[in-house]
Design a protein around this ligand. Structure first.
Ligand SMILES: NC(=O)c1ccc[n+]([C@@H]2O[C@H](COP(=O)([O-])OP(=O)(O)OC[C@H]3O[C@@H](n4cnc5c(N)ncnc54)[C@H](O)[C@@H]3O)[C@@H](O)[C@H]2O)c1
Length: 392
């Protein structure tokens, strides 16, 4: 890090996500300077060097790990490259932001964990939805619901509870996540990967469920194809349930993510990171809207209703101008997650998703794969979510 506290960043793996998110996000953060872009395809690395103004391009990641002018590496390859880069990078004093999934094998995760503990250098895992402004609002409301801080008038409009004793189930939390995906939006690699979307993508949502409801998970069950089109259930020790419904025969243009959480007679709903709705917290608004990604700044959208209105207008404009309709991108926390990690590396804040919290997510995703393959529920034990202290 130089005297102005600007961190020198390298991006390894300049594919779709790096070009859409990490490279523009680094360019827009004044405390980060892009020194190196690296891709095994030298032509891609050179193209990104020119487009994003990096100081040099490399095609061998080992040169990035050894580089004196790199403080922090953003690793955006698939899981083909994780511990082999992360471990020596940490030992070389660098911080690492790695894309999810953290690793494809249990042993590899532990190699990364040991290296972070040995070196004290941070690794952040790209479970970026934890940093989405709409998700943070959902979490804030859920914390209030759990505290029983529901404002003055908490009675529902229909109430037949004439003083009966609460049922034990009333202390549980129910979580539902619906992912409306479109197979046509995915690159080929996901279908060649036998672990499919159930692993590569669902770690985001398993991470959210564990973060929203920090009770030990005890059992998982999955039905469907791991590549896409499945239903997954996660049971917690207190009987709470998280249910994940994934379809990839939906339309890409319909809002992709719907999350509903109910606890303590509060219903919370988040739709496509564009709005959060609630009933049960009487001193909170029923609906809050969130802006779209500023890079879709041509669209005027606040909330889901506007999203559909804007899509309608864009479709009409596209026909008139004889071009494809543009996509309205929403804020799922990519820039915010990276910015929070940059603050952590500079010693100004916590790590938004450390390895210790990402390992249980990965292990549970692997248990879902086991369940879908054997067609049976699979037990989760402390060996899946608990990490012993010490180094070895
Ligand atoms: N957080 C999110 O929302 C999000 C979204 C999409 C993808 N991802 C994750 O990001 C990762 C990349 O996904 P993508 O869609 O950008 O894939 P991609 O195939 O478009 O890009 C991967 C890039 O890595 C390069 N690469 C592969 N091996 C390399 C090596 N050894 N050294 C240097 N470069 C190498 C490839 O040439 C390619 O350019 C995956 O792990 C995926 O799960 C995360």
């Amino acid at each position: 890090m130089n005297s102005l506290n600007v961190q020198r960043v390298a991006v390894v793996g300049c594919g779709a996500l790096a070009r859409l998110m990490h490279l523009p996000n680094i360019r827009e953060n004044p405390s980060l300077r892009l020194t190196v872009v690296c891709d095994v395809d030298a032509g891609v690395a050179e193209e990104c060097r020119r487009e994003f103004g990096a100081e040099r391009a490399e095609s061998d990641w080992r040169r990035v790990v050894e580089a004196e002018d790199v403080d922090f590496i953003v690793l955006a390859t698939h899981t083909n490259l994780r511990a082999d880069l992360i471990v020596p990078a940490l030992h070389a004093g660098k911080a690492v932001y790695t894309e999810k999934p953290l690793a494809a094998e249990r042993g590899e995760m532990l190699r990364i964990l040991r290296a972070t503990r040995e070196t004290g250098r941070p690794v952040c895992v790209g479970h970026n939805r934890r940093s989405s402004p709409a998700v943070l609002e959902l979490k804030r409301l859920l914390d209030r619901a759990r505290d029983g801080e529901c404002g003055p008038a908490t009675r529902p409009t229909v109430d037949r509870d004439t003083g009966r004793a609460p049922l034990p189930e009333q202390a549980q939390t129910m979580i539902m996540m619906r992912i409306n995906d479109d197979v046509r939006s995915w690159k080929d690699w996901i279908f060649w990967d036998e672990e499919g979307i159930m692993f590569a993508e669902m770690v985001h949502f398993i991470d959210l469920a564990l973060w929203l409801h920090p009770s030990p998970p005890v059992r998982v069950f999955a039905e469907g194809s791991a590549r896409g089109n499945f239903v997954m259930t996660l049971r917690f020790a207190d009987g709470s349930l998280a249910n994940f419904h994934h379809t990839f025969v939906g339309s890409f243009d319909y809002p992709k993510e719907l999350i509903e959480v109910t606890a303590n007679h509060v219903t919370l709903s988040l739709e496509q990171h564009l709005e959060v709705r609630q009933c049960g917290l009487s001193d909170e608004p029923l609906r809050r809207t969130f802006p779209i990604d500023p890079r879709s700044g041509w669209a005027r959208v606040e909330g889901v209703q506007d999203y559909f209105a804007e899509m309608e207008s864009e479709r009409a404009r596209a026909v008139q101008e004889n071009r494809p309709a543009r996509w309205i991108n929403v804020i799922k926390g990519h820039a915010e997650h990276l910015d929070r990690f940059a603050e952590c590396v500079a010693g100004r804040g916590p790590n938004p998703c450390d390895v210790e919290s990402a390992i249980p997510v990965n292990r549970i995703a692997m248990k879902f794969l086991e369940s879908v393959r054997c067609g049976m529920p699979v037990t989760i034990g402390p060996e899946d979510w608990h990490l012993p202290g010490g180094l070895h």
